[in-house]
Design a protein around this ligand. Structure first.
Ligand SMILES: Cc1cc2nc3c(=O)[nH]c(=O)nc-3n(C[C@H](O)[C@H](O)[C@H](O)COP(=O)(O)OP(=O)(O)OC[C@H]3O[C@@H](n4cnc5c(N)ncnc54)[C@H](O)[C@@H]3O)c2cc1C
Length: 468
């Protein structure tokens, strides 16, 4: 860490707090969503504005401190925090400004999706996000962004119009189609590798009330449901999205008591088209096996976005394994049912998120996010409040992933990866885009200052700092 005088000067210049071990609030500020991650930074700068972010980057540059950037703190691999170094914590920078005439949404870099949905819904607008309202806009957007509106409106990055950024040398730039287009290309999927986004500008879509909710089936129907879902979702009208899951039914309302704690399979739907065309769109699903529970109905979009928040509060143990999937053959379905029916803990799950519809209409090299030709992003998730179950749920997730990986497309969605999966996995994820990403990294962050992430190594650097 720098000497005491330079730290005091840094602290005095900040609008936000600078926390260190022993400061009031330090232990709360170092907690991230995944309680399996327990890191102790030397300093946490709780930035209040862009000036604080610039000062923090410059201080870290001068002192050579390892630097992590925290948006929503949701990353399962804990990439928003580090041991010993400086954490640039953006969580107080959470303002949202909607321009209802231009239909755009300006979001500060530390905001969570609940804040965006709350602000934009008042104007009848939404931009594609993930499926929990507590996830950070920063990490989710920079990694791509899959959720209920993927098929209708594309990935979150497909709706990003501009990003204000602080670079590794403390410079402030805007990345957009017109300004620094190479940087704009890279941040749309390349994660936090290129700089700190202090504000995002998104396109808003007229999405207000959606027909949405889960449909659940007994596990004996899982093979047929998966087959029919596979045949339906790839070419269904883009207004409808549905992600498949294995789950243990939560023991409370709205689920009927006989289903409580039962292992089942389901699809969580979101239809964001004209209500009078819903039945016609949904008709093929009515020919699926008879569901045991069907809760699809009209609801405000933010209600869908926060529907699962209560099931997944912060502070649980999380272990993820992920892949992209192009085809879901019958053998893969058999393996899914075999492993999906053995969920090790009540909150553990497996999700298949569609990567088709509007998301597929974008070329694979138009943004850094290369897997436009996947059909799903698969994520196998072990979750539990009790660390003594970690070994069991990790073993289950790895066995599930090992069985299905030969049926996958190769790489994985970066936002569904843990922190220690290695460079080969990162390269497999960016495929043909990796080389261009490495070149952009060399232009904007040649010393790999931003390396607490799914790291892209700067091109042409023989001994660049390796990922943390
Ligand atoms: C319960 C749960 C549900 C999820 N659901 C979805 C989903 O539906 N769809 C989906 O696409 N993903 C989903 N995710 C994955 C999520 O997108 C990633 O975990 C993402 O990294 C979270 O972003 P964050 O800002 O909260 O994370 P953080 O832990 O704060 O940061 C993650 C990474 O992003 C970088 N970063 C964050 N903000 C900025 C910024 N402003 N500028 C530069 N770098 C930044 C950090 O440096 C770090 O490398 C989910 C995760 C969880 C735990």
């Amino acid at each position: 860490m720098g000497n005491a005088a330079s730290m005091e000067k840094f602290k005095a210049g900040l609008r936000g707090e600078l926390l260190q071990p022993g400061s009031p609030g330090y232990d709360t500020a170092r907690k991230v969503y995944n309680a399996m991650i327990d890191r102790r930074p030397a300093l946490i700068a709780r930035c209040k504005d862009v000036a604080d972010v610039i000062a923090s980057v410059r201080f870290a540059g001068e002192t050579g401190m390892l630097t992590a950037v925290r948006g929503g703190g949701h990353n399962a691999g804990g990439l928003g925090i580090c041991d010993d170094g400086l954490v640039i914590d953006l969580s107080s920078m959470n303002g949202v400004r909607v321009d209802p005439w231009a239909k755009t949404i300006r979001v500060e870099g530390g905001c969570t999706w609940g804040g965006v949905d709350h602000a934009s819904h008042a104007f009848g607008l939404a931009t594609p996000a993930g499926i929990l309202s507590t996830t950070g806009v920063g990490g989710l957007t920079l990694g791509g962004g899959l959720g209920h509106l993927t098929r209708k409106c594309g990935l979150t990055i497909d709706n990003l119009l501009a990003a204000d950024m602080v670079l590794a040398d403390g410079r402030f730039v805007t990345a957009s189609a017109e300004q620094n287009p190479d940087l704009f290309w890279a941040v749309r999927g390349g994660g936090g590798n290129f700089g700190i986004v202090t504000s995002f500008l998104f396109r808003g879509h007229p999405v207000h009330t959606v027909l949405a909710g889960p449909t659940l089936w007994e596990l004996e129907h899982a093979p047929e449901v998966l087959q029919r879902y596979r045949d339906f979702i790839n070419t269904a009208p883009e207004e409808i999205n549905g992600f498949f899951l294995f789950l243990s039914v939560p023991p409370g309302p709205p689920f009927p008591e006989p289903l409580h704690n039962r292992k089942m399979c389901g699809i969580v739907w979101c239809y964001a088209g004209p209500p009078d065309r819903f039945e016609e769109t949904f008709r093929p699903v009515r020919r699926f096996p008879q569901p045991a529970f069907d809760m699809i109905g009209p609801m405000p979009y933010p209600a869908l976005q926060s529907m699962f928040d209560g099931l997944y509060p912060p502070g649980q143990q999380w272990y993820w394994k992920a892949d992209f999937i192009k085809e879901l053959g019958d053998e893969a379905i058999r393996l899914h049912v075999e492993h999906g029916s053995k969920l090790p803990t009540p909150q553990s799950t497996m999700h298949l998120y569609p990567v088709n519809g509007a998301a597929r209409r974008v070329e694979g090299n138009a943004t850094a996010w290369s897997y436009r030709d996947a059909t799903w992003a698969e994520v196998i998730v072990g979750v539990d409040p009790d660390p003594s179950n970690n070994e069991r749920m990790t073993r289950w997730a790895n066995a599930y992933w090992n069985a299905l990986h030969p049926h996958s497309a190769g790489g994985a969605y970066v936002n569904f990866m843990m922190h220690d999966e290695g460079q080969e996995r990162v390269k497999a994820t960016y495929r043909g885009n990796y080389e261009r990403l490495a070149k952009v990294k060399a232009m904007y962050d040649p010393e790999n200052f931003f390396r607490v992430n799914q790291n892209i190594q700067p091109a042409g650097k023989k001994s660049s700092r390796s990922a943390a």
